[in-house]
Design a protein around this ligand. Structure first.
Ligand code: GRF
Length: 203
């Protein structure tokens, strides 16, 4: 039997996607083990949620470190914890070279829009303001660009005339919680190929 893949989750806030991943593992919908949940913010509610779920939760403050210095230390910490994959879940920092090199093509992110539309902050608000009829969420591999790596999976969410930012965000988040564990199941199984920007299931 293959060993269970070991993942780390990085977050900066609420942590509902981290919880969705943890619950998918508990329910045997995802074969993985969370070896660390880490946050750059001590006050992140997601850290408390992780502890409640019995997961090892760590605050990893920036202190005075520059981006690369911080990411090098974080990479060493995650490696030490045994992580093979890193899942960003509401992690509000750009990932730099030392972390990318420590986990090549093994850092995953979820973003609340249909990329390449509306990268960056407040994607749901951007979608409403632009007037699109459909938005959604995207799971993608992380590279040095903002929300720009190869796309693994997407889910479409219609934008309703009655939507405000909170309501659209709520319906997108529902899809995020389904999509992220599903996309991870594909990645962690290893049964995928990357061709350029395309991530496809190996047949
Ligand atoms: C989600 O909308 C995710 O797509 C974005 O940040 C939000 C994090 O929410 N990257 P949570 O902390 O997982 O609840």
């Amino acid at each position: 039997m293959n060993p269970v893949p070991r993942i780390a989750v990085l977050l900066s806030g609420r942590g509902s996607n981290m919880e969705a991943i943890a619950r998918a593992i508990q329910a045997n919908r995802l074969s993985a083990r969370i070896v660390a949940v880490a946050s750059n913010r001590a006050a992140a509610a997601g850290l408390e949620k992780a502890r409640e779920l019995g997961l090892p939760a760590h605050c990893f403050p920036l202190r005075d470190r520059g981006r690369e210095e911080y990411d090098a230390a974080l990479a060493a910490f995650l490696r030490q914890a045994g992580a093979e994959w890193v899942c960003l879940a509401g992690y509000m920092r750009l990932v730099s070279r030392p972390l990318l090199e420590a986990f090549p093509r093994r850092i995953v992110n979820i973003h609340p829009s249909l990329l390449p539309a509306f990268p960056g902050l407040e994607a749901q608000r951007q979608a409403l303001e632009y007037g699109v009829r459909y938005s959604g969420c995207t799971v993608h591999l992380v590279d040095a660009t903002l929300d720009g790596g190869p796309i693994v999976a997407q889910a479409v969410v219609p934008v309703l005339d009655t939507d405000d930012e909170a309501e659209l965000s709520r319906r997108i988040l529902e899809q995020e919680h389904r999509l992220y564990p599903e996309a991870l199941a594909l990645l962690l199984s290893g049964a995928f190929e990357i061709q350029g920007r395309r991530v496809t299931r190996k047949i």
